[in-house]
Design a protein around this ligand. Structure first.
Ligand SMILES: [Zn+2]
Length: 139
């Protein structure tokens, strides 16, 4: 069952855990865990990423990869995520800290730089620097 966007904010799981900003972002202020300190929810005993769970509840299904479009690191508002990231847009965009942490984690788990670079529309060399911490040193 899907819910309307505004109804999601009324979910008991989110009470006291989300701060709505003037720009409309839903910043997670609740518990977080794991790689990149992701916002997490308990759903039927399972721990799930909050932004993915909300996306699923709004749109019915959730793609394997979700890209944040607003740039707010702790935002979990589902319509601030999209499944695809256009090449041109990706080239102009910087990686958010969350995005980079996620890429670094997947790289450590065995994804290749070329594979990850293709996915975000970056060239291998630039992504390699970011993954190795030679750029984006503050993440
Ligand atoms: Zn947002």
């Amino acid at each position: 069952m899907t819910l309307a966007l505004n109804a999601l904010l009324d979910l008991p799981e989110l009470h006291g855990r989300v701060s709505v900003t003037v720009t409309g972002c839903w910043l997670w202020i609740g518990a977080s865990t794991g790689v990149g300190a992701r916002a997490v929810l308990k759903v039927q005993g399972r721990t799930v990423c909050a932004h993915r769970e909300l996306y699923r509840r709004l749109y019915g299904e959730v793609p394997r990869r979700l890209y944040n479009t607003c740039g707010a690191e702790r935002c979990i508002r589902p319509d601030h995520f999209r499944a695809e990231q256009r090449y041109a847009e990706a080239r102009q965009r910087k990686l958010s800290p969350d995005q980079l942490r996620d890429l670094r984690a997947r790289w450590k788990e065995g994804a290749t730089i070329a594979e990850l670079a293709r996915e975000i529309g970056w060239n291998d060399a630039n992504l390699g620097l970011a993954l190795k911490g030679l750029s984006y040193k503050d993440v």
